[in-house]
Design a protein around this ligand. Sequence first.
Ligand code: GUE
Length: 286
Amino acid sequence: MSAEVIYGNELAQSLRDEMKKEVTELRNKGIIPGLTVVLIGDDPASKSYVKGKQKASDYVGVDSELIELPDTTTQAQLLSLINELNEKESVHGILVQLPLPSHIEEQVVIEAISPEKDVDGFHPINIGRMMTGKDTFFPCTPYGIIQMMKSKNISLEGKHAVIIGRSNIVGKPVGQLLLNENATVTYCHSRTKEMEKYIESADILIVAVGKANFINGGDHIKEGAIVIDVGVNRIEDGSLTGDVDFDSAKEKASYITPVPKGVGPMTITMLMHNTIKSAKKINGLA
Ligand SMILES: Nc1nc(=O)c2c([nH]1)NC[C@@H]1CN(c3ccc(C(=O)N[C@@H](CCC(=O)O)C(=O)O)cc3)C=[N+]21
């Protein structure tokens, strides 16, 4: 088999076109969706992601403000900035780019953001809402992954979804969303024994490990599986590569996502979705 490639950039483009229309209508009603991105330090990867967010905001018509702070910023300074943004009426979404410098506690910062402006979907209130099957801000990468499969009319019900990686921002929440879609979910991680046994039984394989070529040779991928590559690994030559060796996995899978042009552009698109949703909600429209 040779898999059909799910291009996240193409789906992202068509969704952004729809959002652009919606934002035009909102603006005609005097509602201007506003996103503030806070970037601490000058990590080049973070800068590049943030640029992608600015570009998407400009395209769909979200007012986006970038606040860049030095890596000497204290936790107290960041918390006081978040408080201001929580109160600021023109701001519907607040995103603090992760990772943060080691002297700042990520979880404290995440919990300081108003759940009603938490467009990343990282606040425990929103995670709890997601876990109990409520509509809320879903974390952007997991939500984008679900949208990619839905765009191909892939049924998730009863499928065995195997997730490799258990981060709070990807692995754990994507499992939760898949469970909400009636998939059977298995989490694998660095302490899992005989991981290949789980991989072999996966109808949907989601790889969010952060290691280039973590899945190599396509050996244990089930024939016809759906392979979602969440890796964003910058390799020596400066190019971006996923966690999955694409060419070999493509021979086994029925659908596969590439890196770049896969999950990444969808992550940013779901951030736009959440920001627009927040603007509507705050203005009593949703
Ligand atoms: N609070 C917070 N929220 C995040 O959503 C968040 C974060 N922190 N920290 C870092 C990760 C990573 N992330 C990506 C977003 C887009 C691409 C993306 O668009 N990638 C393009 C290529 C970009 C390039 O070439 O540099 C692609 O895959 O085609 C990648 C990675 C969001 N993150």
